[in-house]
Design a protein around this ligand. Sequence first.
Ligand code: 1PR
Length: 632
Amino acid sequence: MLNTAQPTLATMHSARSSSNSTATTTSRVLIGRRGMMTSGGDFSAINNSRRALLHNSTSQQHKRKTLTLRAASATAAGSKGEVSLLDYGAGNVRSVRNAMQKLGYTVKDIKSPEDILAAKKLVFPGVGAYGSAMDILRERKLIEPLREYVLDGTRPFMGVCLGLQLLFDGSEESGGVEGLGLIPGTVTKFTGEDLIVPHIGWNVNEVKRESYLLDLQKGDPSASVSERVYFVHSYRALPNDQNNDWVLSTCDYGSEPFISAVQKGNVMATQFHPEKSGFTGLKIFDQFLSGGKSEMETSSALPSSASSDAVRKGLAKRVIACLDVRSNDAGDLVVTKGDSYDVREKSEGESGDVRNLGKPVELAKKYFDMGADEVSFLNITGYRDTPLKDAPMIEVLKLSSETVFVPLTVGGGIRDFTDSNGKHYSSLEVASAYFASGADKVSIGSDAVEVAEKFYANNEQGDGTSSIETISNRYGSQAVVISIDPRRKYETDPKNTKNKCIETKRKLGPNGEKYCWFQCTIKGGREGRDIGAYELAIAMEKLGAGEILLNCIDEDGQGNGFDHELVKMVADAVKIPVIASSGAGHPRHFSEVFGAVPACSAALAAGIFHRDEVTVKECKEDMAKSGLPTRL
Ligand code: 1PR
């Protein structure tokens, strides 16, 4: 354990000492190489409706080979101890809570300033925008107790993401805001030519000194370099002479490396999200919680295709598994999959039942275990009613966040809505319910098209009330994904449309037309509008969206590969991440889209994964062979 007789942070901070006060790595007991995560006692209390969403067979256990986790030894015996969680209600903290419970700890919520001072171990997962986080802390009179706890330095503290940034003097986010003033430096926005911001995805920590926090493999902190962790942020703190003694690791993105983890004695914080960084992140959390005595074991055995720096370093291209979810005719929530958005089975030309490819919670866990970098749920009938009435979808998220420790996106029905009783639901309320249930991002489809039409009608201005603006202001742009559902619209002459047209090489029109634009649709492709995917993406970036999920109705379910012309058009138009979607039929299709469109950040597939035709691993191995940065 740490020597509590070492100088407190108060003295260290005031002296702005450059000496390292890194905790000593303690010895750990390593047990079992192929242990499996087991559910803690908190998982037994699921009620019947929740059980119905779970698969009752244990026959399909998908385990990630490169990393194993020995179940918390205390699970059977009860809690390993208490940890206090500062959740001020601004975003998805459920996953942090789930991660700690999964690791065998009991979570106690901070409800008052006194709770902070009484905490034995404190986790502070900051979420949302810097300014509003400080406002909430101030209103709840938590600033001084937090400072006192950290400056005292005798009890463990872990900040996550904004929870790291708030420790600094301030941030230029929200027009310039003062922080907790515990670490010298100001948090600033990423800079860099043509840089895609937010920095979303899996990147590498360059560990600067020894510390148990990032010691993932038996006393070899440098080994953590081979394990990527999940980042999602637009602002970052830079190392400098004044804060150098805090810097535990840096990460390369943008014009200069930024601080990805800090530690001074018992006080630690990460810019990345351990709770979203798969087994690697769980190990980091476990190291924090156990004071360096984690029993989780990692194996650094990466496939030989990962030997090149191009594959092992930098922000990885993401592979996303998508689950289109809807109720079937019997009323059960199922994962389905369409061909060009038609999800009904066909027999002799007649439309049959909704295609049923499995249960959402079970499949999400399967893809997490297979190494998917993210999982998306799209409630494909969400436009028909408000999802707040659709409790099963909320339940799917809650259950999935108990076992899936990579980012979860949810879409479908995110818009303002008035039900038949005259009750109004704002899109912000819908999104808030999703975040509180375990979603990290929400994806907005139909509503985005209508918002973009208003934006162009209003001289390219938002009015501040749209779903995109309100959710992004409250939760940050990284939490808002725009799901575009375009279809090719052919033209004999590009002048026939106001929307951006290309000369296509991929596929000519039915009458040999050479030109096409990509028409946005709403209501699951049922209604086309006079706005292109290009125009929509530009409007959404301006209104504060953080990512584009670019579907393609023509290619959906066809297995012919992504539409590179569409992906290139949109990825070149914006500086936010673009996810290519629709058409994956082979592992090489992932490498091909990243090769053809370097600005494309991620690629998503559904059918090939659901039908067990291709595994996530095969896609990633193909990417690694092509020299693409990949999380293996
Ligand atoms: O409009 O905000 O309520 O959101 C509804 C959401 O549901 C949108 O994101 C829309 O894309 C989606 N959606 C609506 N109807 C369908 C349908 O299939 N009938 N699914 C639908 C969209 C497209 C992808 C699919 C990829 C990959 N599905 O999500 O997973 O095309 O498939 P593939 O790899 O098998 O080719 P709102």
